[in-house]
Design a protein around this ligand. Structure first.
Ligand code: ATP
Ligand code: MG
Length: 141
């Protein structure tokens, strides 16, 4: 089943000049990049994006980190891309991430794990419209 997901390169990976290598890892898995931009989250938008984690001990650090620099959200498309891209990302904790994953290669701390990916079709839909207008999603202007 072809589906879409929202991928995002986080501020730590942008700072490391790893955008190109991460995009190459995604494309090498035969995942299509359908839309892409660079933007910066405000405190309010980061809190909204990660609202499921509100109240957790790491929430404030996560928001500080996500607003510390630009991010690169992407609409990704492919067969079972939600699961396949999360496999490519690797474990949330970079010390447990498997060889060949993005987080194994670029993760450096619990929150500094280089990339985000939606975890369900419903979240993918919501997160895509969080970052992209209907025009951008369709690739027309
Ligand atoms: P993401 O949602 O960013 O794709 P994930 O789904 O693998 O990551 P979540 O449980 O949704 O993991 O956590 C969201 C983000 O919060 C993680 O990617 C990480 O940056 C940060 N995080 C999660 N758990 C912790 C923790 N215990 N301490 C610090 N930061 C954490
Ligand atoms: Mg998550």
């Amino acid at each position: 089943m072809t589906q879409k997901t929202l991928g995002m390169i986080k501020p730590d990976a942008v700072e490391k000049n790893a955008i190109g290598e991460i995009i190459a890892m995604i494309e090498n898995k035969n995942i299509k990049i359908r839309a892409i931009k660079m933007t910066r989250l405000t405190k309010k938008s980061a809190e909204e994006f990660y609202s499921v984690h509100k109240g957790k001990p790491f929430f404030n650090d996560l928001v500080d980190f996500m607003t510390s620099g630009p991010v690169v959200p992407m609409i990704l498309e492919g067969e079972n891309v939600i699961t396949e891209y999360r496999k490519l990302m690797g474990s949330t904790d970079f010390t447990r991430a498997e060889e060949g994953t993005i987080r194994k290669k670029f993760g450096s701390a619990m929150e500094k794990n280089a990339v985000h990916g939606s975890d369900s079709p419903e979240n993918a839909k919501n997160e895509i419209s969080f970052f992209f207008s209907a025009h951008e999603e369709l690739g027309i202007f």
